[in-house]
Design a protein around this ligand. Structure first.
Ligand code: TYM
Length: 341
């Protein structure tokens, strides 16, 4: 049986990258699979969070899931801290994962920056908790954006080592699902940097709750270059070679965003806008972005006005989640030799 698990941090500023790289794919997968979608509040506190904002942001991510079209009855939506099995399994995995594995994680290096000694232990162990999130459900597939690939490799390593060390096939070797035309949406201000919740400039990203005027302004101000838009001859075997992308990162990023929002093939989009001016393209892109994100942002605001409804969804989700993870935890405790009964 295939089981999907994925998570989004409640750290504010949910943006177009989160939507196109992850949340929209969550919606598409729910028809076919058994899905668990988690608001990972314990991951959020690996860097300092204002408590009231954390609560608000947890509801906001939940509202984004619902507004994007995830059905909370067919699937499970929960916040991570409400199912203690995630944190419990993470401890076991702390004892499986090796320091050398964590030392290779590029996201920790980026996030800790120059102040590595000052980063929380939680930030360092972040990918171990991710592995516990996934494997507590024995999830087989994990839809994510490109930036999570390395963390998912670590999850596979942990599963493999656990199974090997205890000589039992307890955990599946999880497959990442990275798909769509925008698996790595870049900043609107700098096409070589990923669009991110933590970028200090709000002009770097389109937020899921931005209104029409804000989307229009951000796209109008988005960095471009002096040339007209490139065509399909930029591609080699249907793919954009990195060295070609590097020559005009902002142009290709905006075109990829358009392709993802329009649900069109990247090659077709290149053909459609070849030789056009950015000013024209930006107007079309604005209309498209507003037509896709506008209704979702509106529905998010409506849901956030009713926090009790949102909280009920999370409570119900956590109960159903725990019914799945408890037998897995029992099995793990037994395999490891920890007396529980
Ligand atoms: P978070 O909240 O940073 O990101 C949530 C999802 O959005 C994707 N994403 C992007 N996709 C395309 N372009 C971008 N610029 C962009 N920025 C973010 C991320 O790849 C992610 O899929 N560590 C996870 C949360 C997590 C998790 C898990 C995921 C915790 N436990 C277990 C999967 C399975 C994260 O990056 O959250």
């Amino acid at each position: 049986m295939k089981r999907i698990f994925s998570g989004v941090q409640p750290t504010g500023n949910l943006h177009l990258g989160n939507y196109l790289g992850a949340i929209r794919n969550f919606v598409r997968l729910q028809e076919e699979f058994d899905c668990i979608y988690c608001v990972v509040d314990l991951h959020a506190i690996t860097v300092a969070q204002d408590p009231a904002e954390l609560t608000h942001n947890t509801r906001e991510v939940t509202a984004a899931f619902l507004a994007a079209g995830i059905d909370p009855r067919k699937n499970i939506i929960l916040n991570q801290s409400r199912n203690p099995d995630h944190a419990e399994l993470a401890w076991i995995f702390n004892c499986i994962a090796r320091l050398g594995w964590l030392n290779r994680m590029t996201q920790f290096k980026e996030k800790a920056g120059k102040h590595r000694e000052n980063a929380s232990v939680g930030l360092y162990a972040y990918p171990i908790l991710m592995a516990a999130d996934i494997l507590a459900y024995k999830a087989t597939h994990v839809p994510v954006g490109e930036d999570q690939k390395q963390h998912l490799e670590l999850c596979r390593d942990i599963a493999q080592k656990f199974n090997h060390d205890y000589g039992r096939e307890v955990f599946p070797i999880t497959e990442p699902l990275i798909f769509g035309a925008a698996t790595r949406v870049m900043s609107l201000r700098d096409g070589t940097n990923k669009m991110s919740k933590s970028d200090p400039s709000d002009y770097s990203r389109i937020n899921m709750t931005d209104d029409r005027d804000t989307v229009a302004l951000k796209i109008r101000k988005a960095k471009t270059d002096p040339e007209v838009l490139p065509g399909p001859d930029s591609l080699a075997d249907g793919l954009l070679p990195p060295e070609v992308e590097a020559t005009r990162p902002e142009a290709f990023n905006l075109l990829a965003i358009y392709a993802a929002l329009a649900d069109k093939d990247f090659a077709d989009v290149l053909a459609e806008f070849e030789g056009k001016e950015f000013s024209f393209f930006k107007t079309v892109l604005t209309d498209l972005a507003v037509s896709v994100l506008g209704p979702i942002g509106g529905e998010m605001q409506r849901l956030l006005a009713d926090p009790d409804y949102v909280d009920d969804i999370l409570r119900d989700g956590a109960e159903r989640a725990r019914a799945i993870t408890q037998p897995v935890i029992d099995e793990v405790m037994d395999v490891v030799g920890l007396l529980r009964s």
